[in-house]
Design a protein around this ligand. Structure first.
Ligand code: ATP
Length: 899
C-alpha cells in the first residue's frame, strides 16, 4: 500500500529552515544532537539541513567540485619552523596517502605533539575528507530522495519515510551529492544515529572560517539555501566562530548585497541569523572549562556532550590494567587527556581507586612531589596493596611549572621504590566508541531545546548556548559563555593555580577532597580521640551499582579522621545476628569497581524486631549510621526515626544515601545505581536492536525492571531510540494500544522496501497487570500481520549491571563523603554523650538528595511529603515529560497527529 505523503502535511507549517553542523574535535553524542535537532525541527514544521564537515562545509557550500580538502589547521602550539603560515613545499594539492610519500616529505611531528590535543600541523599528513558516497547518508528521505519521491515534501513532519523509494535510488542519489556540503535531510536520514560514536556528518578544523572572508562565504551559502537558523555543536573554538558569525551578520549581508551576490529580497529576508550552540567536546581544556568552571555560579553547563563517554573509555582501560597490575604487583602510570583541566584524570582516579593523580590546575602540594608520591605509594604497599596506579593528565604541572611527564614518573617509581612500572598512554581510545547512556540523553534533550531556542528567537534575544545543570537544560547567552570561557583559558594559561581552582566549581573541589581522603593513609587529619565515632554502614534493599564505592569512601573517611567504620553485613538480619565487623583501609580497596553489594543486602526492615535492633545499636556502640539502599533503606530510616521516642539508642545521627536502579526513592532526582542500570539497558537494547534489524520488520518488546517507577524504562527508551514506552505512571489501555498498533503499521508502511528496520518498544514490568509483555507481544504480532513481526525480551536482573558506571562510582564517592561529614558533624561519641537521655532533633535523621542542581539533607517529614508510600515512589518526578519526548523522537506524535 502506498501512502499519500501530501495528506500528511503538518498543520502548522513554518518557513524556518534549520541547519545543524558539528565542528572541532568529534565527541560521542554529537550524532544524537544532530538527530534531535533534525527530528525536533521536522516535528515543528521546519525544513532541516545538515552541513557536512563543520564550518568548512558551510564555507564551501555546494559545488560541483568534489575535490577533497585538508582538514587540519594550525594552532598556537606550533614551533616557528612549523608555523601556521609556513606552507610546506611538499604540501600535496590532491588526495595522496601519507605512507606513499617519500620519508623526506613526511615531516616529523612536533615534539610537543602528544595525545589528542595536538593541533600541530603535519603538513604532509593528508587527512582528506572521505568521499561523500561513503557517508552514512545513503538511506534517507530528505535531499536524497526528493526527486524520486513524487510530489510529496518528504521533510514534513508526517513524511517519515518514502515507500516509493528503492535502495538503489537512494544510493544513486547519495552518490550524486558528492561535493555537496549542505544537504537537506529528512526523518529517516538520522535513524540509528543515537548509538554511533564520533560525528556522522563529519567535522573539521577550518582555517578560512577564522577569516572574515570565509565567514562572508559562509553567510552567502546560508542565504543561498534560505537557512535562517543554525545549530552548532562543537567546542569553545567552534562556538567562538558561531558567535563571530552572529555578530558580523548585519555587515556580512550588507556586503553581499552591495557586491550583488544577494538580492534585496534575500537581504530583507535574512536580517537576522539565529544561532544556538551545543557544547560537544571532550577536549578537557575547553569542554571542562565550559562545564565545571561555570557550574553553580554561572549556570552554564555541568557536562559537555562526550565528556562522560570519554570517562567511560578511560575507566574501562584502567579497570583492565588494574587486574594485570595486581597480578604482577606492578605500578602503572597512565596518561589521560586534559591539557588545562584535570576533570577526566580526577574523576578517573576516583572511579578506579587510583593511588595518585596529577592534574593541571592543582599541582602536588610540595615542591618535592616525587617524595610526596613515593611516600604515599610506599604507605599503600606497606599495608599490603599489590598494585599502584598513577594517573597523569596531559597538562600536569608541578609547583615549579615543570611538565610532569609519565616517563619521568615511571623512572621515579623504578628508581626510588623499585617498582616494576609501565606507562600506558590512552590516546585516541578516549575519544572513540559508542556513547554512554548519558551522552545519548543529554544531546537529545539539548538538541530539542536548541530547536526551541531557535524558534523562539527574536531580533532582540541573544544567541544561546544550551547547557545542563544536573537534569535541567539551561540557556546561557553565547556571547557571555564565550567571553567567560576565554577568561578561564587565559587564567589557566597564566598558570595561576589558585585562580584556576577558584574557577572550578564546588563539585570539582569536593571530588578532589574525596580523592585525597580516599588515597591518604596519613594520620594527620584525624580528629581528637574524644571526638572519634563508631559509625555503622548498612546496605538495605536490592543491590545497586555504586553501593560498594560509597562504602569504600565512607571507610576511607573514617580511617582518615580516626573514626571506626563498622560493616553491618547482611542488612538488619545481620545486625540482629551481630554480623558486624570493622572494615580496614585495605579491605575496601577494590570496591569502587565492584557491582552488587559487598556487605550483603536484603529487604528486611528494622521493624522485624525493633527492640532487638535497638539493643544491637547499643551493643555495638553505634554513634552514627549510614544506610545505603533504595526505598527499603528510606523506610528503615523512617522507622528508626519514628521509634526514637521508645529507644534511646536511635538518638544518633543517621543518614540515608539513596541507591537503587529503579530510581524510585522520593525527593532525590538520582539514586546510585540508576546510571549503571541505564547503561546496562542501553547495551542490551543495542544488541537486541541489531538482531531486530537483521531480521527486518521486527518489533522487540523489551521488559525492564523498575517496580512502580517508569524511570529506567523512560530514560532507557530515550537513550536507545525506542519508538514507544509503557510505564506504571501512565499505564496501558486498549485505546492506547490501538493507537500504537496503528502507528507501528503506518510506520512500517513508510519504510523503503527491503530496508525496514527493527524497532524497540520498552515496557516497564509493572506498566499493566493485564497487558503483560507476553500479551502485548502477541497483540503486536497478530496486528502486524505481514507488515511486522513481534518478539519479546526481558532484561530482568541484568539491569543491575555488572561493573558500576563511572558516574555512579564518582557520585557515590562525593555523596558518601557528604554523608560522613554530616555524621561527624552531628555525632557525639558514646563516652561523651548522655546516652539514654540525649535527644536529637528531626534534622539528624535525614536523606541526602540531589534536588535539581543542589544537594540537600531532607528530614523524614520532608521526604514523606514527597512520597507515595503505597506505590513506593515519589509524588513528583522531574522526568515526567520524557515519555512524550520519546514519542516525538520515535515519530509516533507526528504520525498519530497526521492520521
Ligand atoms: P575541540 O574542543 O574539540 O578542540 P573546538 O570547537 O574548540 O573543539 P577548534 O579547533 O578550536 O575546536 O575550532 C573549530 C573550528 O572553529 C576552527 O577550525 C575554526 O573554523 C572555528 N573557530 C575557532 N576559533 C575561531 C575564532 N576565534 N573565530 C572564528 N572561527 C573560529
Amino acid at each position: 500500500p502506498r501512502v499519500n505523503v501530501n495528506a500528511q502535511k503538518p498543520v502548522h507549517k513554518s518557513q524556518k529552515k534549520i541547519a545543524v553542523l558539528t565542528s572541532g574535535g568529534d565527541s560521542a553524542g554529537m550524532n544524537a544532537a544532530v538527530r534531535a535537532v533534525v527530528r525536533q525541527g521536522i516535528s515543528r514544521g521546519c525544513q532541516t539541513f545538515i552541513i557536512r564537515e563543520g564550518w568548512e562545509g558551510l564555507v564551501r557550500g555546494n559545488t560541483d567540485d568534489p575535490t577533497p580538502f585538508q582538514t587540519r589547521e594550525s594552532s598556537t602550539v606550533t614551533t616557528p619552523s612549523l608555523s601556521p603560515s609556513d606552507s610546506h613545499p611538499h604540501l600535496p594539492t590532491r588526495a595522496v596517502s601519507f605512507a606513499s610519500l617519500p620519508p623526506s616529505q613526511q615531516l616529523a611531528i612536533h615534539p610537543q605533539a602528544h595525545g589528542e590535543h595536538s593541533h600541530v600541523v603535519n603538513y604532509t599528513d593528508p587527512t582528506w575528507i572521505a568521499p561523500l558516497s561513503d557517508a552514512p547518508l545513503s538511506f534517507g528521505y530528505g535531499e536524497l530522495l526528493k526527486d524520486g519521491a513524487g510530489e510529496g515534501d518528504l521533510d514534513d513532519m508526517a513524511g517519515h519515510g518514502n515507500p516509493n523509494a528503492s535502495i538503489e535510488s537512494i544510493d544513486k542519489k547519495a552518490k550524486s551529492l558528492r561535493g555537496k556540503y549542505i544537504v537537506r535531510v529528512g526523518w529517516d536520514d538520522v535513524r540509528g544515529w543515537l548509538g554511533e560514536g564520533g560525528t556522522l556528518i563529519g567535522s573539521s578544523r577550518c582555517p578560512s572560517f577564522r577569516q572574515r572572508e570565509g565567514r562572508l562565504q559562509a553567510a552567502h551559502n546560508l542565504i543561498k539555501f534560505g537557512i535562517d537558523c543554525l545549530a552548532v555543536c562543537g567546542g569553545d573554538g567552534s562556538l567562538t566562530g558561531a558567535d563571530k558569525l552572529r555578530a558580523e551578520w548585519p555587515g556580512l549581508i550588507e556586503e553581499l548585497h552591495k557586491d550583488g551576490k544577494i538580492t534585496s529580497e534575500q537581504r530583507d529576508a535574512h536580517q537576522h541569523l539565529n544561532i544556538v550552540g551545543l557544547v560537544g567536546s571532550i577536549d578537557c581544556e575547553s569542554c571542562q572549562d565550559w562545564s565545571l568552571t561555570f557550574r553553580n555560579d554561572m549556570s552554564m553547563t555541568d557536562l559537555t556532550i562526550g565528556a562522560l563517554t570519554a570517562l567511560h573509555r578511560i575507566c574501562e582501560s584502567i579497570d583492565s590494567i588494574s587486574s594485570t597490575a595486581s597480578s604482577h604487583s606492578r605500578a602503572f602510570v597512565i596518561e589521560v587527556m586534559g591539557r588545562h583541566c584535570g576533570w577526566l584524570a580526577l574523576l578517573a582516579g576516583i572511579a578506579t581507586g587510583a593511588d595518585f593523580v596529577f592534574i593541571p590546575e592543582c599541582p602536588p602540594e610540595s615542591a618535592d612531589w616525587e617524595d610526596e608520591m613515593c611516600d604515599l605509594l610506599k604507605s599503600h604497599r606497606a599495608v599490603g596493596k599489590r598494585k599502584s596506579i598513577v594517573i597523569v593528565a596531559e597538562g600536569a604541572l608541578d609547583r615549579k611549572l615543570q611538565h610532569i611527564k609519565p616517563e619521568y614518573v615511571k623512572q621515579i617509581l623504578v628508581d626510588r621504590l623499585g617498582l616494576d612500572t609501565r606507562v600506558t598512554t590512552l590516546g585516541h581510545t578516549q575519544r572513540g566508541g559508542k556513547p554512554c547512556a548519558f551522552d545519548r540523553i543529554l544531546p537529545t534533550l539539548q538538541g530539542v531545546n536548541a530547536v526551541q531556542a531557535l524558534l523562539d528567537a527574536t531580533p532582540e534575544t541573544p544567541s544561546y548556548m544550551i547547557g545542563i545543570r544536573e537534569n535541567k537544560i539551561t540557556q546561557v547567552p553565547l556571547l557571555e559563555a564565550v567571553a567567560q570561557t576565554q577568561a578561564v583559558a587565559a587564567a589557566i594559561d597564566s598558570r595561576d593555580f589558585d585562580k584556576a581552582m577558584s574557577f572550578r566549581d564546588s563539585e570539582f573541589r569536593e571530588m578532589l577532597q574525596a580523592f585525597k581522603i580516599s588515597s591518604s593513609l596519613a594520620a594527620s587529619s584525624q580528629v581528637p580521640e574524644n571526638k572519634r565515632l563508631r559509625i555503622g554502614i548498612i546496605h538495605v534493599g536490592a543491590p545497586a551499582g555504586g553501593m560498594n564505592a560509597a562504602t569504600r569512601q565512607a571507610v576511607r573517611f573514617c580511617h582518615n579522621r580516626g573514626h571506626t567504620a563498622l560493616a553491618i553485613y547482611n542488612g538488619f538480619e545481620g545486625l540482629l545476628d551481630d554480623n558486624v565487623a570493622e572494615l580496614s583501609w585495605l579491605r575496601v580497596d577494590s570496591w569502587t569497581t565492584r557491582g552488587g553489594s559487598e556487605l550483603g543486602t536484603n529487604r528486611t526492615l528494622p521493624s522485624v524486631d525493633m527492640g532487638e535492633v535497638a539493643s544491637a545499636f547499643q551493643r555495638h556502640g553505634l554513634d552514627g549510621l549510614l544506610l545505603i539502599g533504595g526505598f527499603e533503606a528510606f523506610n528503615s530510616l523512617l522507622l528508626l526515626e519514628q521509634n526514637r521516642a521508645n529507644y534511646p539508642s536511635f538518638h544518633i545521627p543517621m543518614i540515608h544515601l539513596p541507591a537503587t536502579l529503579s530510581n524510585n526513592v522520593p525527593l532525590t532526582d538520582f539514586s546510585l545505581g540508576s546510571d549503571t542500570s541505564l547503561n546496562a539497558l542501553v547495551d542490551a537494547c543495542d544488541a537486541i536492536k541489531q538482531s531486530a534489524s537483521a531480521s527486518r520488520n521486527r518489533v522487540f518488546v523489551v521488559e525492564t525492571q523498575g517496580g512502580m517507577s517508569g524511570y529506567i524504562a523512560t530514560m532507557g527508551a530515550l537513550a536507545v531510540g525506542a519508538v514507544l514506552v509503557y510505564t506504571p505512571e501512565e499505564g496501558i489501555n486498549l485505546q492506547l494500544l490501538q493507537q500504537d498498533v496503528n502507528f507501528l503499521s503506518r510506520r512500517y508502511k513508510l519504510d523503503v522496501k527491503g530496508k525496514s528496520e527493527g524497532r524497540l518498544v520498552i515496557r516497564s514490568e509493572k506498566a499493566s497487570t493485564v497487558y503483560t509483555t507476553e500479551v502485548m507481544t502477541k497483540i503486536l504480532r497478530e496486528e502486524g500481520s505481514d507488515l511486522f513481526d513481534a518478539r519479546s525480551a526481558s532484561l530482568g536482573h541484568t539491569l543491575q549491571g555488572g561493573v558500576p558506571s563511572p558516574l555512579d562510582r564518582t557520585r557515590a564517592a562525593r555523596l558518601s563523603l557528604r554523608c560522613m561529614q554530616f555524621l561527624e558533624q552531628h555525632g557525639v561519641p558514646q563516652s561523651q554523650s548522655t546516652r539514654g537521655h540525649r535527644r536529637l532533633g528531626k534534622d539528624t535523621a535525614v536523606m541526602i538528595a540531589i534536588r535539581s542542581s543542589k544537594i540537600v539533607y531532607a528530614n523524614m517529614d520532608v521526604v514523606l511529603g514527597h512520597t507515595d508510600m503505597k506505590l513506593r515512589r515519589g509524588t513528583d518526578v522531574w522526568w515526567g515529560d520524557i515519555k512524550h519526548l520519546v514519542e516525538v523522537m520515535g515519530g509516533r506524535t507526528g504520525l498519530v497527529a497526521s492520521s
